[in-house]
Design a protein around this ligand. Structure first.
Ligand code: PLP
Length: 666
């Protein structure tokens, strides 16, 4: 393609994009109606040897690609979080692609580096981050950088915190190998944190303790403090805490003003993940949600989510850029340049060497909208979410399941999880709206997020109309089915219970009779009294109940005895948490030293509970994987809770699997 052809195809492409954007809501279904593998038969199996006409390619876009696209910019798309998009941003990316520089160092393209530093200072100040995060503030060691994703921000910060922690330990214990020091590091996050924190811990090869938040899904200081104290006593070293402002499931906010001081006390790095909500801090009325940010060592937010900027553009700031880069510097001769002592080389701030000129689109967006325009955009979404919330509250069949602070409303039909799964499934399958589920306080909820750039009250009302109409339809059929099912289940349960009681009573009578013959304390009141007065063996119950308990045949749970189960004080007030062990399945030997600790080990990505049990010889640990049906509910996160029950999440993923689909998700 030469410049003239590009000029003409480019103009056509701009027309195509405008037409796509403007007619999206009326001409296209929000989710595609295709099944895995749909594209393979439509395209040749080999790449073309000869050049093909541009028009043929564009023709295929419309007839073969578009039918398989989920339209994230569609006014009926209310899933996940927004995917930033705007004309200035598209143009910025277009120019960046044309310039095509790879800005890994200042010298590799000075404007690419310098614009990034300046724009990140603009945005950081506008958000209200502390001055120490700004590259150009007096005496600051901080600065901002654009990464590809929030996941990468969390990983990079954890890597830095890990390097710092191991260095510190090595100074104290120079004779101990780094690998051993590494095995003592413990990172922390809440159950509500995004799954990327767990992935970062796996990559960093550190243990991650996943803590239970409070009833508002907020991580509190006391939970963290108790966990850190417990771990320190056990010889572990708390080194990193990932907090969230605006969690994925329900947009809850960790309490930084409590968590921050605990991090300080234990010398741990506090990262703040504001992937979605961080953008809202442009508005003064939302800044109180980030109270305690002064304790943060690092912060990230994604303009490519909620600031009209196209993917990829995840902005991250650190308080100490030297600490950050220490963990990531490698400096071969071919990348060095004469100005490295006076400039920033962003290759030391992240994982890849190559970097696109991403600051350009963010700069275009900020200048084209102005901070006021961006605030208006955020406020519009928040106002519409409030409108949706009040519609939900006005219908007694529904309940709101989160505190609606920004643009996300979690709601459900009053009733069972199964009912709500069915409900969401039918909405998504209809193609009239697209939403995804999450688990909030162990309940299946439906997330309604205001997503479209120019979302209006009409869009919210339309969505509510679809939701109520489909709820009425579903409840009518579901109620009748449920009543039938419940009656059948109750009858079956009653019969089973009667049979269980009959067997139990029989067993009890038989066992009691055998004991009476061989064990005098059962029927001799003097012996029973003496036993009641003596201390219990092995810490068992004492007093009259103890004697009674001792008198009960061990193998029979006397149905009428009414004795409380033995509960140790530790069991009474458990510190609910999981520990995610790095690659524990592959390296089971790592677990040997904690085999007896009965620490639950959790692999959230596999949705599997693994408990450590002492080995047969009392030494090695053994992994006992149980299904999610086991004791602990699986925590919500985008991967597990949004994608777990496929029929409810997307009509695309809800279809029956085809054996060898090339599109199979891992
Ligand atoms: N953190 C939070 C709070 C999120 O909501 C998400 C995604 O929705 C992420 C992290 C991961 O974002 P990314 O896809 O940029 O890695």
């Amino acid at each position: 393609m030469d410049a003239e052809s590009f000029r003409s195809a480019g103009k056509e492409m701009v027309d195509y994009i405008c037409e796509y954007m403007q007619s999206l809501g009326t001409k296209r279904r929000v989710t595609p109606s295709v099944e895995p593998g749909y594209l393979r038969p439509l395209l040749p199996t080999e790449a073309p040897e000869q050049a093909e006409p541009w028009n043929d390619i564009m023709q295929d876009v419309e007839t073969k690609i578009m039918p398989g696209v989920t339209h994230w910019q569609h006014p009926r798309f209310h899933a996940y979080f927004p995917s930033g998009n705007s004309y200035p941003s598209i143009l910025g990316d277009m120019l960046s692609d044309a310039i095509g520089c790879i800005g890994f160092s200042w010298a590799a393209s000075p404007a690419c580096t310098e614009l990034e530093t300046i724009v990140l200072d603009w945005l950081g100040k506008a958000i209200g981050l502390p001055d120490s995060f700004m590259a150009f503030s007096e005496g600051s060691r901080g600065g901002g950088v654009i990464q590809t994703s929030a996941s990468e921000c969390v990983l990079v910060c954890m890597l830095s915190a890990r390097a710092q922690a191991v260095t510190k330990l090595k100074r104290k214990e120079p004779q101990v190998a780094e690998g051993v020091l590494l095995s003592r590091l413990m990172a922390y996050c809440s159950k509500e944190s995004h799954s990327c924190v767990e992935k970062a811990a796996m990559i960093c090869f550190v243990k991650l303790r996943i803590l239970e938040p409070d009833a508002n899904c907020s991580l509190r200081g006391d939970a963290l403090q108790r966990a850190m104290e417990e771990d320190t006593r056990a010889g572990m070293v708390p080194f990193f805490v990932s907090t969230t402002l605006g969690t994925t499931s329900c947009c809850s906010f960790d309490c930084l003003s409590e968590v921050g001081p605990v991090c300080r006390r234990f010398g741990a790095w506090m990262h703040v993940d504001g992937a979605y909500a961080g953008n809202a801090f442009l508005c003064p009325e939302f800044k109180p949600l980030m109270r305690g940010i002064e304790y943060a060592s690092s912060f990230n937010t994604n303009p490519n989510k909620w600031l009209l900027t196209n993917f990829d553009c995840s902005t991250m700031w650190v308080r100490d850029r030297y600490r950050l880069t220490q963990a990531l510097v490698v400096d071969p001769l071919y990348l060095q340049h004469g100005y490295s002592d006076q400039s920033i080389d962003y290759r030391h701030w992240g994982i890849p060497l190559s970097r696109r000129f991403r600051a350009l689109k963010l700069w275009f967006v900020i200048r084209s909208y102005g901070l006021e325009g961006l605030r208006a955009y955020i406020r519009n979404h928040c106002k519409l979410a409030k409108r949706f919330e009040s519609l939900v509250r006005s219908d007694l069949r529904f309940e709101v399941c989160n505190e609606v602070k920004l643009g996300l409303v979690c709601f459900r039909l009053k009733g069972t999880d199964t009912l709500n799964q069915k409900f969401l499934s039918s909405i998504n399958a209809s193609g009239r709206l697209h939403m995804v589920p999450a688990s909030v306080n162990d309940k299946y909820v439906i997330r309604f997020c205001v997503v479209a750039q120019d979302a209006t009250e009409n869009d919210v009302d339309f969505a509510w109309g679809v939701i109520t109409e489909m709820a009425t339809e579903l409840l009518e059929t579901y109620k009748a089915e449920e009543a039938e099912r419940a009656a059948a289940e109750a009858a079956a349960a009653a019969a089973a219970e009667a049979e269980r009681r009959r067997r139990e009573t029989l067993a009890f009578k038989r066992s009691f009779f055998v004991r009476m013959v061989s064990d005098p304390k059962i029927y001799n009141p003097k012996i029973a009294q003496a036993l009641a007065a003596s201390p219990p063996p092995h810490g068992g119950p004492s007093g009259a109940k103890g004697a009674a308990a001792a008198a009960i045949p061990e193998d029979v749970e006397g149905p009428s005895m009414g004795l409380p189960p033995q509960v140790s004080p530790q069991q009474q007030t458990p510190l609910a948490s999981w520990i995610s062990w790095p690659l524990a399945f592959l390296f089971q030997g790592v677990l040997d030293d904690v085999a007896s600790s009965e620490v639950p080990v959790r692999f959230r990505h596999l949705d599997t509970m693994v408990r450590l049990k002492p080995g047969a010889n009392g030494e090695g640990g053994e992994l006992d994987a149980t299904s999610p049906k086991s004791t602990t509910p699986s925590p919500p996160n985008e991967q597990s809770s949004m994608h777990k029950k496929s029929p409810a999440k997307s009509p695309l993923l809800g279809r029956k699997p085809r054996g060898t689909s090339p599109n199979k998700r891992n």
